[in-house]
Design a protein around this ligand. Structure first.
Ligand code: NG6
Ligand code: CA
Length: 507
């Protein structure tokens, strides 16, 4: 009997030290796609390709019709997702160049530091694009810090900038992976030598030609933004990125399956250069843009399979979102424009990447937590900027004053609780702090364009903005495509939204 009791005690002790996740501390996986539009996946209406794994996630969870990111470019959205603060409040929050220093300063509260405090092991795997290093920028051959590890992540495995920006190397924690000290990595914005081959001088050798920009250093037959030399042993093949993110994520999940973990799975898909693995090439009629969506969908499937295999699906909250809306030709001749056919990347919305039209920031947004979130569709307004406050609420963490100030606790809406409401307003921006914003309040949406730049970047015809007055008002219920400016018919609403926007920006 005694021996039996002792055994029981020991078993209990093991159980305790191996504390499983609970309803208050589920694992959290945020899957952020890159440049994926509202209409790019089949559960949001795409008919020209199939995304079975993302569709399954939606079928088992909550599919939001008003799920947003906070900006229509990468760096500001990611800044806000992590810090819970609008990017226009920060400095250097526009699209980060290759040698950008860390944009989020150590000591800043982030979704990772909040969860870390709540006992989570935290990781970011995939695209970073928020700068690395001190004011002088990244020390590519030395310690790459500050970076994610200084703002709450325990570990990272990164594409440091974007796949079209130099250099094409992985960063693991504080170092470039597999860097041979005998072949140091140099990154700059000028040609390192007169005979350095570029997309201009060696255009004929490219396996994918550029259409605008992207004509500097060539790697893997693709010319990029910026110049670099050296670091050959460390360089990756674009075709292998998705496999690498999945491999590293699997390892991380397996290692931390017994305790709460937070994984920010930050896919480079479907950003340019779209160069999916050979096994996905030609899988759709939409060219490499469509094939990259299928590759992204495969990644989602692999992550979900890993959760199932480890029996973690019921104690893991999964959030699927995108960092900005779609673009077809974003600088490479990959056929996206020519092969688009009936596909509508932004769904029923206007604009896309770089714009404050709905297409720029309204994207696929799905939450799944088996056994906790009732499957369905939600029309509540939620945004990636709300994750810090919502996950703080989930894990019972208090936010220090002045941190995550634009992040709303919409946990109940994200979980599909009865009568739960999302946010009542949202500011959208395109890039950095350039004076172009939109404010959505209920069914109304005000656009504000900087006087000097009433026109946004025009990337290609279908997703472009046109020259517009400084302020415009749209009614999203009657006019979801934002075609008719009704500011003259509704002067009081226009005035109210202008004031509200000015006040938020000033705060
Ligand atoms: C633009 C690039 C575009 C893309 C974007 C950032 C040119 C001509 N265009 O400057 O290709 O890299 O920056 O995209 O260079 S994001 O999704 O990371 O914000
Ligand atoms: Ca992006």
């Amino acid at each position: 009997m005694r021996r039996y009791l002792l055994m029981l005690f020991l078993i209990m002790l093991v159980g305790l030290s191996n504390r499983q996740t609970s309803a208050e501390t589920p694992n959290v996986i945020v899957i952020m796609a890159d440049d994926l539009g509202y209409g790019d996946v089949s559960c949001y209406g795409a008919t020209e390709l199939k995304t079975p794994h993302i569709d399954q996630l939606a079928a088992e969870g909550l599919r939001f019709t008003k799920g947003y990111c906070s900006a229509s470019t990468c760096t500001p959205t990611r800044y806000s997702l992590l810090t819970g603060t609008y990017a226009f409040r920060g400095e250097r929050t526009g699209i980060a160049p290759p040698n950008a220093p860390a944009i989020i300063k150590p000591g800043t509260e982030t979704v990772a530091s909040i969860l870390n405090r709540a006992g989570y092991t935290t990781a970011v795997i995939g695209k970073w694009h928020l700068g690395l290093g001190g004011n002088g920028g990244p020390d590519w051959n030395g310690q790459l810090k500050p970076g994610p590890l200084e703002i709450g992540f325990d570990t990272c495995f990164l594409l440091p900038t974007t796949n079209d920006r130099v250099p094409q190397v992985y960063v693991q924690d504080h170092r470039v992976l597999n860097l041979d000290p005998a072949d140091p990595l140099w990154v700059g914005n000028k040609k390192p030598s007169p005979d350095h081959p570029t997309g201009l001088t060696h255009r004929d050798s490219l396996k994918m030609d550029w259409s605008h920009g992207h004509n500097s250093t060539i790697h893997n037959g693709i010319s990029r933004i910026g110049f670099y030399t050296g670091g050959h042993a460390a360089r990756f093949r674009d075709e292998d990125l998705a496999d690498k993110w999945v491999e590293k994520s699997r390892e991380f999940i397996e290692q931390h399956k017994d305790k709460p973990f937070f994984l920010f799975f930050s896919s480079h898909d479907i950003h340019v250069p779209r160069m999916p693995h050979e096994r996905f090439q030609g899988k759709t009629s939409l060219g490499f843009r469509g094939d990259s969506i299928v590759q992204l969908d495969w990644c989602v499937g692999e992550l979900m399979k890993t959760l199932d295999r480890l029996q973690l699906a019921e104690n893991t909250l999964v959030v699927f979102c995108s960092d900005n809306g779609p673009v077809l030709d974003d600088g490479y001749q990959d056929g996206a424009l020519e092969k688009i056919g009936k596909h509508r990347a932004a769904g029923p919305y206007s604009g896309g990447k770089y714009s404050v039209y709905e297409g720029g920031t309204r994207t696929p947004f799905i939450t799944r937590w088996k056994g906790h979130i009732q499957p369905g569709v939600s029309d509540e307004l939620v945004c990636t900027i709300d994750l810090p406050a919502s996950l703080a609420a989930l894990t019972k963490q208090t936010l220090p004053q002045n941190s995550c100030r634009d992040s709303f606790n919409v946990l109940d809406a994200l979980s599909g609780k009865d009568k739960a409401q999302g946010r009542d307003h949202l500011v959208q921006q395109n890039n950095g702090n350039n004076g172009t914003y939109a404010l959505r309040v209920g069914e109304w949406k005000l656009h504000r364009y900087d006087k000097k730049a009433a026109r946004n970047v025009v990337v290609e015809q279908q997703l472009a903005n046109s020259k517009v007055p400084q302020y415009q008002l749209f009614n999203l219920t009657n006019d979801p495509a934002e075609k008719t400016d009704v500011s003259a018919e509704h002067p009081a609403v226009t005035k109210r939204l202008k004031q509200q926007l000015a006040q938020i920006i000033k705060q």
